[in-house]
Each structure stands twice: as structure tokens, then as C-alpha cells.
Design a protein around this ligand. Structure first.
Ligand SMILES: *Cc1c(COP(=O)(O)O)cnc(C)c1O
Length: 391
């Protein structure tokens, strides 16, 4: 522990278990600490830095936006917000966008929009069904639909009327539906909960259940969205469409920005002026980050690239499952995958750090791989070599 880390520990509220390195700069898919040590990044700052580090095109766009203007508030229109909303409409296929500053706020917004929809329709529907082991954020509303009780317990009582179903078990969802159910919220690929991928049967079943019962379907794409699973948003691979969705993490390549989106059908009887707002949301810097990120994603076909390199990563991880007794399964898809291990996760991630590899855990016993989407097969090989030494 060096002096900088000690000072930081003295100054911050102790909410993070931080790895004992101090990062200073990034280049491509590598990060460098203050001692000049190089790390291969398979964490991307929690699935955020999908373009890697030092993307000159993105950096130039952000710098010129800073020189132009970077805050206006939503009292006025600005020149970047409408464009970013159009860009998000195009890649999501949704009709209306609301910009937030984080993923938790995006989830929060979907819950409020769903409640307002029921209120305006006069249905009296005010309850939510969420999934066990889900993660939706730390604010009181988002925490209320997060299906991991250690996160929730210290902060109870939370928003009432939330029940939790088994992920990928449609009957367990059906069993919780009542005439008070307002919306069902789920991640198409659970991240924090341990890299659990929804089956096609489950996603289609929830869509049908929602249609039959007059319930809204909310997909939380904060982690699995933005090309990571091989389609721009994970739900798009299932042949269904949610009524509401949240996104954040990679959509601004690290500039703090999130958004939620809804269909016209929801928008027509949901949030109105005065119902919801944010001082920073939709600010020019964040919106420039979104538009530039989307432009680069589309031109470089990064979702397809994630699928291709993800297939290669899956092959290599499957070999580890065969070769190592301590590796018991591979999970996930595209560039959001994990391996289940019998060794303590923190021991493996800390040993990887020494080898110059950044990886993180998920759930109880999963090592998660969420690299920048610009990685190539050679980086997968390099990661596997380092990981083998650790295992
Ligand atoms: C990270 C995450 C959130 C919360 O996002 P913040 O930006 O940390 O508020 C919400 N949902 C999912 C699925 C996430 O992975």
C-alpha cells in the first residue's frame, strides 16, 4: 500500500474493495499503473470502456465539445441532445429517450414511467416482479428490484410491492402475477448476479405473459447492452421487444451517461412535464459521447466483432473447463462471459493482477470477462496464457 492509496483510504467513505494499484493511463486494451506496469484489461471498468483507451476520434470530439459548451440544463434545447436521442432511437428501435447520468437512474426512470402509465390508465397496478440475483443499481428504487438480499437488507424498508422470481423459470414468474402487477423487470443477461443468460423460451414467455395480462416489460441493458452480446442490445436477439429499457455503462464510453427508452405506446400515457427530471441529464458533453460512440460502433461493426471474438473466447474458455478441475463451467455469450470456479474468486483476481491481467468476479463463484469490445483474438490468447498461470 503506497502513500497515495493510504491518503485515498483516509479521504473516501469505505464503500469499495479496491485492488492495490493506482492507474495512470490507458492505451488501446492496456492500462498502466504509476510504476509503469502494464495490464491487459478484461474488466473495461465494469463493461464501460468498450472502445478501449485513447481513442483519438472520441477524445477529439469530447475536447471540441468542451470548448464549445458542456452544460446548459434542460431549461433550453442544446445542439447535441436531439442528435444523441435520434442515434439511440435508431440502435434501440425504441421511440422515446430520456437521458440520465447513470445506470441506476435509468432503471429508476423505467420504474417511475411504468408507475405513471398505470396511474394514467387508472389500472391500480403498482407492483413489480423482478428476478432473484438481479442487479439494477443502488438508489432506493433500483435497489428495491435488486434480487440479492445482502445489498437490500441494511436499507429496508424499500419500495413495497416487489416480488422476486427464479431467473429462467417462467412458471415462477407466472405464480407471482396479480392484478396489481405493473411491470416485470429483468436483465436479458445477468451481470453482477453471475453471468446468467436468459433462454429464448423465458424471454418470449415473459413477453407473452405481459401482453396477456396488461403488464409492461422492462429490460435492463445497462451492462449487457451496447454490442457486448453480439447484437446492439441483448433483447434484440430474442425476436421480442420490451416496452421500456434502461442503458448506461458503455453508451458514453466512460463519460457518465445513461438513458431509458420507451415505445410510443407507453409514452402516450406516461411521464409528462413536471413528472421527472435531472439537472445534468442530456448535457452536451454526455450527448456528444453517446453520438460519437454510436458512430464508431456502427462504422467499425463492433457488435459483430464482439460476436466473432466472443466465439473465440468461448472456445478457449471451454478448453479451460476441460483441462482444469477447478473450472466447472463457462457462462454467457459474446464479450460478456464467465467461468465458474471452485477457488476463491478474490484469490484468482488478485493473482491475475500480479500477472498483469485485470479481471473481476460476479456472483459467488464466477470470474467475469467483459473486455473492451475492440480486443482481438491475440488478446484473448494473451489473457488465457496469463489466466492459466493463475489457475
Ligand atoms: C451497473 C448496473 C446498474 C447500475 O448502474 P450505475 O451506473 O452503477 O448506477 C444497473 N443495472 C445493471 C444491469 C448494471 O450492471
Amino acid at each position: 500500500m503506497n502513500q497515495y492509496m493510504e491518503e485515498t483510504n483516509q479521504a473516501l467513505v469505505h464503500t469499495y474493495n479496491q485492488f492495490p494499484i493506482v492507474l495512470e493511463k490507458g492505451e488501446g486494451v492496456y492500462l498502466f499503473d504509476t510504476d509503469g506496469k502494464k495490464y491487459l484489461d478484461f474488466a473495461a471498468g465494469y463493461a464501460v470502456s468498450s472502445l478501449g483507451y485513447g481513442n483519438q476520434e472520441l477524445n477529439d470530439a469530447l475536447k471540441s465539445q468542451i470548448d464549445q459548451i458542456f452544460h446548459t440544463s434542460n431549461l433550453y434545447y442544446n445542439t447535441t441532445c436531439g442528435k444523441a436521442a435520434e442515434d439511440l432511437k435508431r440502435i434501440t428501435g425504441m421511440d422515446r429517450i430520456f437521458f440520465t447520468n447513470s445506470g441506476g437512474e435509468a432503471v429508476e426512470g423505467t420504474l417511475k414511467a411504468a408507475r405513471k402509465y398505470a396511474y394514467k390508465k387508472g389500472t391500480g397496478r403498482c407492483e413489480f416482479i423482478a428476478m432473484k440475483e438481479s442487479f439494477h443499481g443502488r438508489s432506493m428504487g433500483a435497489l428495491s428490484v435488486t434480487g440479492h438480499s445482502p445489498y437490500r437488507e441494511p436499507f429496508e424498508p424499500l419500495v413495497p410491492g416487489v416480488s422476486f422470481a427464479e431467473y429462467n423459470d417462467l412458471d415462477s414468474v407466472k405464480a407471482l402475477v396479480t392484478d396489481k402487477t405493473c411491470a416485470i423487470i429483468l436483465e436479458p443477461l445477468q451481470g453482477e448476479g453471475g453471468i446468467n443468460l436468459a433462454t429464448e423460451e423465458f424471454m418470449k414467455g415473459i413477453r407473452k405473459l405481459c401482453d396477456d395480462e396488461g403488464i409492461l416489460m422492462i429490460c435492463d441493458e445497462v451492462q449487457c447492452g451496447m454490442g457486448r452480446t453480439g447484437s446492439m442490445f441483448a433483447w434484440q436477439a430474442y425476436g421480442i421487444k420490451p416496452d421500456l429499457m434502461s442503458m448506461a455503462k458503455a453508451i458514453g464510453s466512460g463519460i457518465p451517461v445513461g438513458a431509458f427508452a420507451m415505445t410510443d405506446q407507453v409514452a402516450e400515457s406516461s411521464l409528462e412535464p413536471g413528472d421527472h427530471g435531472t439537472t445534468y441529464g442530456g448535457n452536451p458533453l454526455a450527448c456528444m459521447a453517446v453520438s460519437k460512440t454510436i458512430e464508431i460502433f456502427e462504422r467499425e461493426k463492433l457488435a459483430e466483432h464482439a460476436k466473432e471474438v466472443g466465439t473465440y473466447l468461448a472456445e478457449k474458455l471451454d478448453v479451460l473447463v476441460d483441462e482444469y478441475d477447478c473450472v466447472t463451467a463457462r457462462k454467457g455469450t459474446g464479450l460478456m462471459q464467465g467461468i465458474q470456479i471452485t477457488k476463491p474468486v478474490s484469490k484468482v483476481t488478485n493473482a491475475a493482477l500480479k500477472e498483469g491481467l485485470l479481471i473481476i468476479g460476479a456472483g459467488e463463484d464466477i470470474i467475469r470477462f467483459v473486455p473492451p469490445l475492440v480486443i482481438e483474438k491475440e488478446h484473448v490468447d494473451e489473457m488465457i496464457e496469463k489466466l492459466k498461470k493463475v489457475l
